[in-house]
Design a protein around this ligand. Structure first.
Ligand code: LLP
Length: 441
């Protein structure tokens, strides 16, 4: 499954997304506009859930990593597909709860959770908290004691597998703000300490080795290392973990280069994880743990397309051609942050062959404000609708009001019909929290 299934070229030669003509969406809702295909998101959730059912006897739960795309509607959609969620801040947790998401299917993450975030989680009865520091463990235990609750927790562990898009390495030295290292013994120490706490229940462990990873074997290696560590804890501390959360990170399609590296069906990443968990648990005579996985990008990434209107075009002879659009790093900061690559096309002339190489720039007052560098398009004209594909993950969720630009609205498309799931911001919204102190009046 991938985005090329949700995107089509219709009889008018226009790009269509989830059955809706992109040029019509641009007319109806204006640009810049985030468009999300509901069916794609549902299908991905259902496919992961089915893999856990068939390959792991249903002994696990998919947690959608909502940092990839968070708004109230997405929590409804994933809930309806029987999926839980991972949240990583009070804001994401609040959004999920406001959407009516069942607290027991929420896992709270974060390397520096604030007292208010822990309180919100415990008061509302979130299913799991992935603890990532001694002070958090102490604070959580005290909070639960005060509230007369016993909270299920995982410990975030660093298994010593560092994965980056195209490769992975095994490391003994772990330089990360996340997790307790297996290699240096801190994961063991926190386990022993957590077992002394009376108001939390240690269910097991969590690890997440990176994001946009294509190499299936890196996930299998993480599973192997986690199970080896769990067996050690059983031998040394007499602790048998009931649950294992192996995080997310499954690599998706942004460009044709990625297509060569990504598995054709993203459930294959999960099937690899499951096979490794089964193999190593069985080899160690360890009871197969309840398994959580946390895909974010692969659930929503390819469901999303951003539509822009082309404005100023600047051809610098012998250098490059800049095509400026009405969005920019305020709706998609991923080029500025990671030199991320995207596929772009003209939604209003989607069938025309590409004939020139351009750089798509935004409207922010900053030279690094690029949406995608070096993309091939048909001859671009002012007024064309430019579509950037695979923008469903880490675009809206990382948007800002830089230069006091409004964050674009998000529409959800289903069977050709679109409606807002995030309304447009007005200038009034932008100044809503501004205050002019009396002495400045
Ligand atoms: N679980 C944990 C604990 C995570 O930290 C993450 C992502 C995920 C799950 C989901 O990973 P995914 O399946 O989406 O790869 N802003 C970056 C991505 C940061 C990912 C952070 N953690 C980007 O735009 O590429």
């Amino acid at each position: 499954m991938n985005a090329r299934e949700t995107l089509k070229i219709n009889s008018l030669g226009h790009l269509s997304i989830g059955g809706a003509d992109a040029t019509e969406l641009a007319k109806q809702f204006g640009t810049p506009l985030y468009v999300m295909d509901e069916q794609y998101i549902r299908d991905m959730c259902a496919a992961y859930a089915a893999a856990i059912r068939t390959d792991y006897d249903g002994n696990g739960l998919v947690l959608y990593a909502s940092k990839a795309f968070s708004c109230m509607a997405i929590y409804k959609i994933v809930q309806q597909e029987g999926v839980g969620v991972d949240v990583v801040s009070g804001g994401e947790l609040y959004t999920a709860l406001r959407a009516g998401f069942p607290a027991e299917k929420i896992c709270l993450h974060g390397n520096n959770k604030q007292p208010g975030e822990l309180a919100l989680a415990v008061e509302n009865g979130v299913g799991l908290i992935a603890v990532d520091s001694y002070s958090e463990l102490d604070a959580l235990d005290a909070l639960c004691a005060k509230q007369g609750k016993k909270q299920d927790i995982l410990l975030r562990v660093n298994p010593g597998v560092e994965a980056h898009t195209h490769r992975f390495i095994q490391t003994a030295k772990t330089d990360s703000k996340f997790g307790f290292s297996v290699a240096d013994g801190t994961a063991e120490k926190i386990t022993a300490y957590a077992l002394t706490k009376r108001n939390v229940r240690l269910q097991g462990y969590h690890c997440h080795i990176g994001s946009q990873i294509f190499e299936k074997q890196s996930f299998a290696l993480a599973a192997q290392k986690m199970l080896a560590f769990m067996a050690q804890m059983r031998a040394k501390l007499g602790f048998t973990a009931a649950a294992l959360n192996l995080g997310g990170g499954y690599g998706i399609w942004y460009t044709d280069e990625d297509a060569k590296l990504a598995v054709p069906d993203y459930t294959e990443y999960l099937r690899t994880v499951i096979a490794a968990v089964k193999e190593h648990a069985d080899a160690l005579s360890y009871p197969r743990p309840y398994l959580y996985i946390e895909p974010g990008r692969s659930i929503v990434g390819e469901a999303g397309v951003t539509l822009y209107t082309v404005g100023a075009i600047k051809d610098i002879p012998g250098v490059k051609k800049y095509v400026a659009v009405d969005g920019g790093m305020f709706d998609n900061p991923r080029y500025a942050l990671y030199q991320a690559k995207y596929t772009a096309l003209l939604a209003n002339r989607a069938a025309e062959p590409a004939s020139e190489r351009v750089t798509v720039a935004g409207k922010c007052c900053e030279s690094g404000d690029i949406i995608c560098a070096d993309v091939d398009l048909p001859p671009v004209k002012e007024g064309d609708i430019l579509a950037v594909l695979s923008t469903g993950a880490y675009n809206y969720s990382m948007a800002s009001n830089y230069n006091r630009n409004a964050v674009p609205p998000v529409v959800l498309v289903k069977d050709g019909q679109a409606e807002y799931i995030v309304k447009p911001q007005s200038y009034e919204d932008i100044v809503r929290n501004d205050v002019i102190p009396a002495r400045l009046q």
